[in-house]
Design a protein around this ligand. Structure first.
Ligand code: PSU
Ligand code: MN
Length: 306
């Protein structure tokens, strides 16, 4: 039944059939997370980095209603150019986009769903969605968190951005039983910065140990994902106060303009980029590369375990 909807490209399919390492990648980061043409350049470089590290990349999107696992360069270019014309697609949007044969850029939540349908275990991205600041009145909590609670995928990210309430995001993940692992750190990274002031649940220092822990979770039937929080490399970090001031300004503007719901994250990202004169975009690109590397290493180690 699912075959009717799912289209896995031959290279990814062969890799999965042979239990070779595959890393899933999302497409909202391409169409809604970065400006053209840096988005396309980044997406292609990420695929290259994954290959250089011994795994096969599988960028995921919905095109003409098909759940696509593994995109061509032309398809990535299309998503990057179309930007907001492609619909940001989270869990709730999938049936509408598919039934109407539309194009959708997949968020962390929907990329996890499609990756799991294909049999992929590792997914690398920039940052996950989370509990937004002021969620006690707005109720704005990303569907990414519920997905992490139920779908068996390890998500390698650079933590959660401080456009979110990092403390509440961690509380939510704890309630949902989602382990948050700091890669080489005891502190939850905050995307642009290595520090956030919040601790992680466990620190792990190698891809081998990471793979062993994740495999154990699933062997035990403990359903759901794992957050692998990989701090941005020091040399690419943005100054803590500088980025937090930019975020405060962006949040104030979003509030004044009544931006909410699914527009919130893309708006804040673009605003922070403008305020930092592009520095936040450079950091964003570098941390995604760093996550692609770790994602590939993790997929390689997982594929070795029986
Ligand atoms: N964080 C980023 N860049 C992004 C996103 C998050 O730094 O592009 C995207 C991801 O696709 C994530 C989504 O899943 O935003 C979360 O959106 P929402 O809060 O509406 O669920
Ligand atoms: Mn939201």
């Amino acid at each position: 039944m699912i075959e009717r909807y799912l289209e896995i490209n031959p290279e990814v399919k062969a890799a999965l059939d042979e239990n070779k390492p595959v890393v899933a990648l999302e497409s909202t980061i391409i169409s809604h997370g970065m400006p053209y043409p840096r988005n396309v350049e980044t997406a292609l470089n990420v695929e290259k980095i994954i290959r250089e590290n011994g795994a096969i990349p599988a960028t995921i999107a919905i095109l003409k209603g098909k759940l696509k696992v593994g995109l061509t360069e032309e398809e990535i270019e299309y998503l990057g150019k179309a930007q907001e014309k492609v619909i940001k697609t989270s869990r709730r949007d999938i049936p509408f986009i598919v039934a109407n044969k539309l194009d959708g850029a997949t968020t962390v939540a929907s990329t996890m769903i499609i990756a799991a349908l294909a049999g992929i275990k590792v997914f690398a991205t920039g940052g996950i969605g989370g509990v937004h600041r002021g969620a006690e009145t707005s109720f704005d909590i990303s569907a990414d968190l519920q997905e992490l609670a139920q779908t068996n995928i390890a998500v390698v990210c650079a933590g959660a951005k401080s456009i979110l309430d990092i403390g509440l995001t961690l509380e939510y993940l704890e309630t949902m039983g989602v382990p948050v692992i700091g890669y080489g750190t005891e502190e939850m990274p905050a995307f642009y910065t290595r520090r956030s002031g919040f601790g992680v649940d466990y620190r792990i220092d190698s891809p081998e140990e990471l793979a062993a822990t994740i495999k154990t979770k699933w062997d035990l039937g403990l359903k759901g994902g794992v957050v692998v929080a990989n701090p941005i490399p020091e040399e690419h970090e943005i100054d803590y106060d500088l980025i937090n001031n930019a975020i405060e300004d962006a949040l104030a503007e979003a509030d004044a303009r009544g931006i909410k719901g699914k527009e919130s994250t893309p708006f804040l990202l673009a605003k922070v980029k403008d305020i930092t004169k592009g520095d936040s975009l450079e950091a964003n690109i570098k941390l995604v590369y760093n996550n692609a590397r770790l994602g590939a290493n993790l997929a390689v180690e997982l594929s070795k375990l029986k």
